[in-house]
Ligand binder design. Structure first.
Ligand code: BG6
Length: 481
């Protein structure tokens, strides 16, 4: 194996899916606090008023809020060199447009970072991971309102100053490209909406909705660029990245129409990437907007702002690949963000996500060839059902196999010449699934005793993959068996 000596092995989480303590110590409510739990067959609901008879999984999460010391100690036991987490915006600014930050929120994250540092773990902090203050949705219609840029920058400024010496690695927005799709309407865009399931898992792709999405995205690009510039001014040592939902898309056949379709859809990796890495809208934007029939407002000076805030590294999530075809008959495959058709050469997870380690190598090469800046794989993993044996052990060899195969392919990409600097698999401790809101879909090395209905002791225990990953890290990727 040839992983660099200083490679960042670790794990990833997000506040909205594991923190809990949703209204404690002055925290306000985020958009995700208004989303009920669901299952693979039953959509999550968005409710504007919190209903007493519904279950909202972010409210308790897995109670990291009260158990972070125990959890970070377990990460340290595995040998983590990096821990990816997000800050809950509403713990710092409960409404988003407040003038003064909430001291208890600031103190909470300070203790987390100090705890990480105690074990030599480098925090990687996502500034916004589906945690927009609900108040910004209600009062401003979320990111479609340009005012959100100022609110976000005030929030970033507070974080950068407060944690200047505790955090070095930052990500401005989680999976920013999700806002090109309906799944991002609430979680990423924070667009005002009625109660119901539709927008959560698929609002309409009307001209109006697309205009809204790309306008909101433009505001996020400006916010991200301003944050990068500000961060570098506050501490020139800061390393600030973008985060894109990675999609590996193949043509289903060698029909040139399938090939062109796949090439076009691979732009899901490049549209946001080009703006955040190169500081400008890509060459294909005009035709894409023309085909959508949309135009957005770009103010004087915006293009300069984008140029002045290019990110230091590219990061991505990667779970699966899909195929594109013009053949209507070919079966549709399931997935949360990367939709497409089944690849007959691949197997799927229980949630219908097609497992494709080589797709990761392919994508890493494509991205590095385009951008030539360091890359981190900040999410990857297998959502699966775990069985607890009578003696408490959990034999999750399926998870080990999935991760081993992906680590092997990252290694191949490194040998190809790609500058991959870190790997933080998703949900290193079991947490709430974003697409279904359930606990049953587990990714962790650490098991959390909680079921879909919210029952359980919340006790933590080590799965087989825990011991396996510990060996992987200790050997810097040399021991994968
Ligand atoms: C990514 C998100 O899309 O995928 C995470 O950044 C999410 O927040 C992860 O949890 C896995 O998706 P799911 O639906 O299995 O939780």
């Amino acid at each position: 194996m040839s992983f660099p000596k200083e490679f960042f092995w670790g794990g990833a989480t997000a506040a909205n899916q594991f923190e809990g303590g949703w209204n404690e110590d002055g925290k306000g409510d985020s958009v995700c606090d208004h989303m009920t739990s669901g299952t693979v067959d039953k959509h999550r609901y968005f409710t504007n008023i919190i209903q007493s008879d519904a279950q909202y999984p972010s409210h308790e999460g897995i109670d990291f809020y009260h158990r972070y010391k125990e959890d970070i100690a377990l990460f340290a036991e595995m040998g983590f060199r990096m821990f990816r987490m997000s800050i809950n915006w509403t713990r710092i600014f409960p409404n988003g447009d407040d003038e003064i930050p909430n001291q208890k929120g600031l103190d909470f994250y300070k203790s987390i970072f100090e705890e990480c540092r105690k074990y030599g773990i480098e925090p990687l902090v996502t500034i916004s991971h589906y945690e927009l203050p609900y108040h910004l949705m209600k009062k401003y219609d979320g990111w479609v309102n340009r005012k959100c840029i100022d609110f976000y920058i005030q929030y970033c400024n507070t974080l950068f100053v407060e944690y200047k010496d505790l955090v070095k690695y930052w990500l401005t927005f989680n999976e920013i490209n999700c806002l090109t799709m309906s799944i991002g309407d609430i979680l990423s865009g924070g667009f005002k909406c009625e109660d119901g399931p539709a927008q959560v898992m698929g609002g309409q792709d009307t001209k109006e909705q697309l205009t809204k999405r790309y306008q909101a995205l433009h505001h996020q690009f400006i916010a991200s660029a301003k944050a990068v510039k500000l961060g570098h001014e506050i501490n020139p040592e800061f390393v600030i990245g973008c985060m894109i939902a990675g999609g590996c898309i193949y043509p289903y056949s060698c029909n040139p129409d399938d090939v062109l379709l796949a090439q076009k859809d691979m732009r899901m990796n490049y549209f946001c990437g080009d703006i955040q890495v190169r500081g400008e809208y890509p060459y294909f934007t005009k035709r894409m907007f023309d085909e959508f029939g949309i135009s957005i407002s770009i103010e004087d000076g915006d293009r300069e702002i984008l140029k002045s805030g290019k990110v230091d590294f590219y990061s991505l999530s990667y779970y699966m690949s899909t195929c594109r075809t013009i053949d209507e008959e070919v079966l549709k495959t399931a997935g949360n963000v990367v939709m497409g058709v089944n690849n007959p050469y691949l197997k799927s997870s229980d949630w219908g996500w097609q497992i494709d380690p080589k797709g990761l190598r392919y994508l890493l090469n494509e991205l590095y060839g385009r951008y030539e800046i360091p890359i981190m794989v900040v999410e990857n993993g297998l959502g699966a059902i775990d069985k607890v044996e009578v003696d408490g052990s959990i034999h999750d060899n399926y998870r080990i196999n999935y991760l081993r195969d992906h680590i092997n392919q990252i290694n191949e990409a490194i040998k190809d010449g790609v500058d991959v600097i870190g790997f933080t698999p998703w949900g290193c401790i079991d947490l709430v699934s974003i697409s279904t809101g359930e606990m049953k879909k587990r990714y962790g090395f650490i098991y959390v005793d909680k079921d879909n209905d919210g029952n359980g002791t919340l006790d933590r225990s080590r799965k087989d993959s825990f011991y396996w990953y510990k060996k992987v890290i200790a050997s810097n990727g040399d021991t994968l068996y």
